[in-house]
Ligand binder design. Structure first.
Ligand code: AP5
Length: 216
């Protein structure tokens, strides 16, 4: 099962991707997580990417396409994968089509998680992420049992550098301009599924799961 999770920043792509991984055992490929890892390691790619990420801008297409191409060739993607945060531009979507065609694969479903701007801002400014295992929390909707400590591994929770309100609004604007056109792109291919992302985490997952069960 080859999936794309589409939606604005904070719509719950990462949260839902982790639930799909648990149930279906296919890997999550998050370009945001891969770029943050490169930033944390201080690689050349990380240094370059950080400038764009901190400003709420997209990292150049060729950089991200290269990372995804390499990742899709790893053996754990053979039985399927979940793309989280990629593609984000029409150029990335076209490049993905080409990469998958060369590999004899195709996307089975694009899950578009819809959430309005004000809800996105509320969610992101209260998001906390585990430094160790990447688990995602929300201080109000999905708080950790102990302050600042991950329920799953005990790791320290932190707030992402790009999660300030001003940057979140910028990211949302970039989403509307550069990523939303993908909704039409995938609708035309007949593989788009729209989901109301304003419901609870469990309700959103139940809706996604009912789509995936028909594909599995
Ligand atoms: P990236 O890391 O991909 O960020 P994003 O798309 O902006 O999405 P987020 O990770 O912010 O949100 P999410 O939808 O995963 O929501 P989450 O589940 O955490 O990208 C960051 C940057 O990297 C980009 O700005 C860009 O610079 C660069 N980049 C990445 N990919 C790129 C690409 N392809 N091309 C170019 N540049 C790229 O949930 C958010 C919060 O809400 C959490 O606290 C969660 O607990 C809570 N929550 C989730 N669901 C619910 C719910 N149903 N109800 C209540 N709360 C909920």
């Amino acid at each position: 099962m080859n999936l794309i999770l589409l939606g604005p920043p904070g719509s719950g792509k990462g949260t839902q991707a982790k639930l799909i991984v648990e149930k279906y055992g296919i890997p999550q490929i998050s370009t945001g997580d891969m770029l943050r890892e490169a930033v944390a390691k201080g690689t050349e790619l990380g240094k370059e990417a950080k400038k764009y990420m901190d400003a709420g801008q997209l990292v150049p297409d060729e950089v991200v396409i290269g990372i995804v191409k390499e990742r899709l060739q790893q053996p754990d993607c053979e039985k399927g994968f979940i793309l989280d945060g990629f593609p984000r531009t029409i150029a990335q979507a076209e490049a993905l089509d080409k990469i998958l065609e060369e590999m004899g694969k195709k996307i089975d479903a694009v899950i578009n998680i819809q959430v309005p701007e004000e809800e996105v801002v509320k969610r992101i400014v209260n998001r906390r992420t585990c430094k160790n295992c990447g688990a995602v929390y929300h201080l109000i909707y999905n708080p950790p049992k102990e302050d600042n400590k991950c329920d799953k591994c005990g790791g320290e929770l932190y707030q992402r550098d790009d999660d300030k309100e001003e940057t979140v609004r910028k990211r949302y604007k970039v989403y509307k301009e550069q990523t939303e056109p993908l909704v039409e792109y995938y609708a035309k291919k007949g593989i788009l599924y729209n989901i109301d992302g304003t419901k609870s985490i469990e309700e959103v997952f139940a809706e996604i799961d009912s789509i995936l069960q028909k594909l599995a």
